[in-house]
Design a protein around this ligand. Structure first.
Ligand SMILES: [Zn+2]
Length: 377
């Protein structure tokens, strides 16, 4: 009798364990990452690739190692090898990865026709795996572990925030500086995985909700208030002093371009062509950043909001809106402080703070005010 009760008890334990682990697997959140667009013909490789059409999910073929997808007229894609048409395709591989545009990705690949007669390439994978492939694209996993963990928790929170906001879209985040840079499998390493594992499921909350956890490379001495970059109310994103990024190679930057080149950029962006006579860094806000740039020309004066001017010249060229400008011998010279929009967590500052011995929770609470860190899902 005792044996029977014991056996039944053991069966119950095993069944409960199986149920819990499958429930956990089912609740492992995924994320849809836009890898690329503006692609019109796509070569895909991998081992044992299977392709199903969307939205039906009907399998078209399996166990291929290579095939090509083309954009067709109307809202359709076509597999060039067998002529199958659909409004989208989903690709999986038994090998564990799929090679697209020279990079390897985990999970599955979704292909949709874009609205520019292009193909949208979306990688859907577990969110925690996405974070492992993000660390070395945003910072370096070799930085002090507290800084890497702060980056991971901020990136996880940002991903969550966008997942909820963009639930009706075809993707949650872009794999670029528009959201968070993601490099696929080849960007992963053991230290990035350790930072993800040791902060598993941790999210930054403000009044019970995931925050808009934005970050940037280097603030240049003071972070920016969000109102100068985005509309909306983010009480946890306040401008704060930061001396911890002083050692960053991006603290001071210089950029030069020929006056003719700037005139061409303006012309290409739709401004009527006029020779430029003078460029003035317009008024600065209380966080030292320029609000607008004033360009005096033969016959008119252009006033361009500084964030828009940064976009015109390129985010990697005009690295921040905290700069000085002068024209010498028909060359426009910019010198500035920091890299990025300046709002939220300063990545190089997080590294500096970690070097002082701060833990990742303190780093997060320094750059995001009145927040809590807790586990989600
Ligand atoms: Zn900083």
């Amino acid at each position: 009798m005792l044996k029977k009760i014991l056996a039944e008890f053991l069966i119950l334990v095993v069944l409960t364990a199986i149920f819990l682990s499958s429930a956990e697997a089912n609740h492992r959140p995924k994320i849809r990452v836009l890898i690329s667009r503006d692609i019109f013909q796509l070569k895909i490789s991998g081992a044992h690739l299977s392709v199903a059409e969307l939205p039906s999910g009907r399998q078209l073929f399996k166990y291929r190692d290579f095939f090509t997808v083309l954009r067709e007229k109307g809202p359709f894609l076509k597999v060039s090898e067998n002529g199958a048409w659909a409004k989208g395709f989903v690709l999986t591989s038994t090998q564990g990865y799929i090679s697209i545009l020279g990079r390897k990705y985990k999970g599955q690949i979704l292909l949709y026709p874009g609205n520019n007669r292009d193909i949208w390439i979306i990688n859907e994978l577990p969110l925690e795996e996405y974070l492992v492939g993000l660390v070395n694209k945003e910072i370096s996993s070799q930085w002090p572990l507290a800084a890497v963990k702060a980056q991971v928790v901020a990136a996880r929170t940002y991903a969550y925030y966008q997942k909820e906001k963009r639930a009706d879209n075809l993707y949650d985040v872009e794999a670029s500086v528009n959201d968070q840079v993601y490099g696929g499998i080849e960007s992963e390493d053991e230290r990035a995985r350790k930072a993800v594992r040791e902060t598993e499921r941790e999210i930054i909350f403000y009044q019970g909700k995931p925050i808009f956890a934005v970050y940037h490379a280097c603030c240049g001495g003071k972070t920016e208030a969000p109102a100068y970059v985005w509309s909306g109310d983010y009480p946890y994103l306040q401008s704060i002093p930061c001396i911890y990024c002083l050692d960053s190679p991006h603290f001071v930057w210089h950029y030069q371009l020929k006056l003719e080149r700037l005139e061409k950029i303006l012309r290409d962006k739709g401004y009527i062509h006029q020779p430029i006579k003078e460029i003035l860094a317009g008024p600065r806000n209380e966080n030292k950043r320029i609000v607008k740039i004033i360009i005096k020309r033969d016959g008119d004066t252009l006033e361009i909001p500084a964030p828009e001017f940064r976009q015109l010249l390129g985010y990697d060229q005009l690295r921040s809106t905290n700069f000085w400008v002068k024209i010498i011998n028909r060359v426009v010279s910019f010198s500035g402080l920091g890299w990025g929009h300046g709002v939220g967590l300063c990545q190089w500052g997080a590294r500096g703070l970690a070097e002082t011995g701060a833990d990742y929770q303190s780093i997060i609470k320094y750059y995001y005010q009145n927040v809590e860190i807790g586990k989600r899902f």
